[in-house]
Design a protein around this ligand. Structure first.
Ligand SMILES: Nc1ncnc2c1ncn2[C@@H]1O[C@H](COP(=O)(O)OP(=O)(O)OP(=O)(O)O)[C@@H](O)[C@H]1O
Ligand SMILES: [Mg+2]
Length: 560
């Protein structure tokens, strides 16, 4: 409760009201306690008091019960009983200006970022990668950067991994060895992340952390991240929140110590941030927490036990509210001891003993004084909130979401501009087209070549068959000619043979008169010879004609 004297009244002890100093809010804080002891209500009381003082806050809502901060609270018998103890006569119940966000975009405006803004280190944690795989993810980011390839969403990252895997041998000398097995493991981890709906984490419009710094009518706006679904994946949840914090740290200007901080960041279920966290990341968290205070930002961790938080960070948390802790086991007892030791002892009571005795809504409280020194621990009752305790209705949530200013409503949209995925897809498509064109060209040339070969072959075959035909034809023709000739010769012989036989018989019959006969014979011979030559000529010509005809007929029949 922000009093009329501009004091932040948050708890009450025997000594009277306990105020938290606005100047010291950037010295961070811790709200711890076992389950059901009042941590969420304490967070609500602190946050609404800051809001009333004009300080915006960011908080994750684990069970939906923080959403009540947006609604006006009401009197209950519990509150009525406590009012006189707190010296409050007539509490002015009121809600805070509130904006709901949701990384899945269901219960509030979408809070998302880009893969490159998340960076390889946090992404490796989200993906739960081992050292080697983290190193490779680092290389992939560098290659993307060196090639001006934007990594915005998960498909950009996937495509980039694929690209690096395909060109691994080219990058070995410049960036180091990139094994296909590690790329495969990262791809599988991304699949798991996508199954968890984390692909919605990445994209545009990316959340601008400056939008968390809103003040409306003098009241700091409460930025409530619906984290019930997100909390099911603690690594995802804590890494995302730490990214948000880092983003604030890197984008906000240095301001030193202010009268009051610009923003208070509540980190609920803070143990998730440090569970299985590599030392390098713990060191980074420690550094961010240490340095962010000069940017005017206070960070309040909310967790069950102070032992959940590394000492280097615990030592930086100046404002403490410790709710009850159970001390059943030796481990519990150790946690109680550690919690007690972090307080400046109050001689009026035993700190460790008090921690185990505290009732719901009661706590050990120690805030930093003007000089930044922790006050002596007090056993106190935390004030009741003026806003409503518990979850709001779906209708109330919808109304609040609708009435958000335009810069917040813009996050409900989505756009997908040209980035690694689009650029590489185009490159692949271009390469595929070129390869297709080359293949087609080669195919064409091959076809041409084959055609030419076939033609050549055909010509050879034709020639060969031509030769064959000629030889064969000649042979046939010769055979036919010889056959025809023999026919003709025989025919001629049969004609001339008769004449010869006649002259020979006349030779025999005229042998008595030699000279007459000789003369007759010579004349006859001459006659016979002349007739024979004529007959032979005619026979030869007839034989040749017949031979030609027969040859032609045979060839015709053969080559029809
Ligand atoms: N300061 C308070 N004033 C009024 N009621 C309170 C206060 N603190 C706690 N309560 C009551 O106790 C209940 C449990 O408190 P709360 O939800 O804050 O516990 P928690 O520590 O956050 O539990 P969990 O670890 O389960 O989240 C509240 O719903 C509320 O009714
Ligand atoms: Mg709680």
């Amino acid at each position: 409760m922000y009093t009329s004297e501009n004091q932040m009244y948050v708890a009450h002890c025997e000594r009277g009201p306990i105020y938290i100093n606005p100047k010291m809010l950037n010295r961070h804080g811790l709200v711890a306690g076992a389950t059901g002891t009042g941590k969420t209500v304490t967070l609500q009381v602190l946050a609404e008091t800051f809001s009333q003082a004009g300080i915006p806050c960011f908080m994750a809502d684990m069970k939906g019960d923080l959403s009540g901060i947006s609604q006006t609270g009401s009197m209950s018998s519990f509150i009525a009983k406590r009012c006189p103890e707190f010296g409050i006569e007539d509490p002015k119940f009121e809600g805070c200006p509130t904006r709901f966000f949701d990384v899945f975009g269901k219960q509030g405006h979408t809070m998302r970022t880009t893969v490159s803004a998340m960076g390889p280190q946090l992404l490796a944690r989200m993906l739960e990668l081992n050292d080697v795989q983290s190193g490779i993810l680092n290389i992939v980011f560098r290659i993307a950067d060196d090639n001006d390839l934007l990594l915005i969403d998960i498909k950009d990252l996937r495509m980039m991994l694929d690209f690096v895997s395909k060109h691994a041998s080219e990058y070995t000398t410049t960036y180091g060895n990139v094994s296909a097995a590690s790329i495969g493991a990262i791809q599988r981890a991304i699949l798991t992340l996508e199954d968890q709906g984390a692909d919605k984490f990445f994209g545009e419009p990316a959340f601008n952390v400056a939008d968390l710094l809103a003040v409306e009518n003098g009241r700091g706006v409460m930025n409530v991240l619906a984290a019930d679904e997100l909390m099911m994946r603690p690594k995802l949840y804590s890494t995302f929140l730490f990214w948000l914090l880092t983003e604030l740290y890197t984008t906000m200007p240095e301001v030193g110590d202010l009268e009051k901080p610009k923003l208070v960041f509540f980190f609920d279920e803070a143990h998730t941030l440090f569970a299985d966290t590599p030392k390098a990341l713990t060191d980074k968290i420690e550094q961010v927490v240490r340095l962010i205070r000069s940017k005017g930002i206070g960070v309040y961790f909310v967790t069950q036990s102070p032992t959940d938080i590394p000492d280097s960070i615990l030592g930086q948390l100046g404002n403490r509210v410790q709710h009850a802790l159970r001390a059943y086991t030796p481990r519990d007892q150790k946690a109680v001891r550690v919690a007690a030791e972090t307080f400046r002892a109050n001689p009026a009571f035993d700190t460790a003993e008090a921690i185990t005795e505290l009732a719901t809504g009661e706590a050990l409280v120690s805030f930093l004084d003007e000089k930044g020194a922790p006050s002596v621990v007090e056993r106190a009752k935390i004030l009741f909130p003026l806003s409503s305790i518990g979850a709001i209705t779906e209708g109330q949530r919808i109304d609040i979401n609708k009435s958000a200013p335009q810069n917040i409503l813009n996050y409900d949209g989505f756009f997908d501009r040209e980035s690694a995925y689009e650029v590489l897809t185009e490159q692949y498509e271009q390469a595929a087209k070129e390869a297709e064109a080359i293949a087609k060209r080669e195919e064409k040339e091959q076809a041409k070549l084959e055609k030419a070969k076939a033609k050549e072959q055909a010509a050879k075959t034709k020639k060969a068959s031509g030769i064959k035909r000629t030889i064969f034809g000649t042979m046939i023709a010769a055979a036919a000619t010889s056959f025809a000739r023999s026919l003709a010769t025989n025919a001629a012989k049969s004609i001339t043979g008769t004449t010869t036989r006649k002259s020979s018989s006349s030779k025999k019959s005229t042998s008595s008169s030699k000279s007459t006969a000789a003369k007759k014979t010579t004349t006859a011979k001459k006659k016979t010879s002349a007739a024979g030559t004529a007959v032979k000529k005619a026979a030869k010509s007839a034989a040749n004609t017949a031979a030609r005809r027969v040859t032609t007929e045979i060839l015709k029949g053969l080559f029809k």
